[in-house]
Design a protein around this ligand. Structure first.
Ligand code: GTB
Length: 212
């Protein structure tokens, strides 16, 4: 039986691919693995059956035989660990690729989420206009550092890895802003990720659910 992931019955992004099931779909596509998707409503996500799989009532989850996983990072790492194509074989290179996954989730994504969530939660308050430039600067600080490290390389550490999958997925959250404009190498990096056939398949699959 192929693994089953969960995704929004209807993503609030209307098919932009920003919900995290796209990351799991992309990893499965890179690994050439078939998968099934179980769509869940916001209501169902908060019910005991889903909370047993995802204690925080979120998507995605991943079920394969008697293994049930939550947290996109853990899901992508599991897929990358079990199948070829997403992590180097050589032990040190593999450890470095995993470090980039953590860097994407723990170092680069937090200020991006902070900006999104602040705008969402306190939208309309007059002081938001004073806060936003501060939040943007925090994002730019990380983008500058990432841009310096990437330089003119195609990927963060040798060939494409799960570290790049996660970093590109995180940076995609900035596409609706102009924050990537000052970093042409990062914009090109994101475009390289989006151009991968596996990403295109993952994006198209989520679009099929969410468009219209
Ligand atoms: N740390 C967890 C993981 O990485 O798996 C976070 C999972 C998570 O945030 N899931 C979100 C969710 O289920 C969907 S992806 N939210 C419902 C809830 O918490 O009640 C985050 C997301 C949602 C919507 C958009 N969007 O509309 O643009 C983008 C990203």
């Amino acid at each position: 039986m192929p693994p089953t992931i969960t995704a929004f019955e209807r993503s609030p992004d209307g098919g932009k691919g920003l919900a995290r099931d796209t990351r799991a779909r992309w990893a499965l596509e890179e690994a050439g693995q078939p998968y099934q998707v179980r769509l869940v409503s916001f209501t169902a996500m908060k019910q005991p059956a889903h909370l047993a799989l995802q204690p925080f009532g979120q998507i995605p989850t991943y079920q394969e035989g008697d293994l049930a996983l939550f947290e996109t990072g853990a899901i992508v790492l599991h897929i990358a660990d079990r199948h070829s194509g997403l992590l180097p074989i050589e032990a040190n290179a593999r450890a470095r690729a995993i470090a980039w996954m953590f860097a994407a989730l723990n170092t680069v994504e937090p200020p991006i989420l902070e900006r999104e969530q602040t705008a969402y939660v306190v939208g309309g308050k007059p002081w938001l206009q004073e806060l936003l430039p501060i939040l943007h600067d925090r994002i730019r600080a990380r983008l500058s550092q990432l841009s310096a490290r990437l330089g003119d390389a195609d990927w963060l550490d040798g060939g494409f890895s799960a570290g790049d999958l996660m970093m590109v997925s995180v940076l995609l959250r900035l596409q609706s802003s102009s924050l990537l404009d000052d970093y042409p190498n990062l914009a090109a990096y994101v475009a390289r990720g989006e151009a991968r056939p596996a990403y295109k398949r993952a994006f198209a699959a989520q679009l099929l659910v969410n468009a219209g």
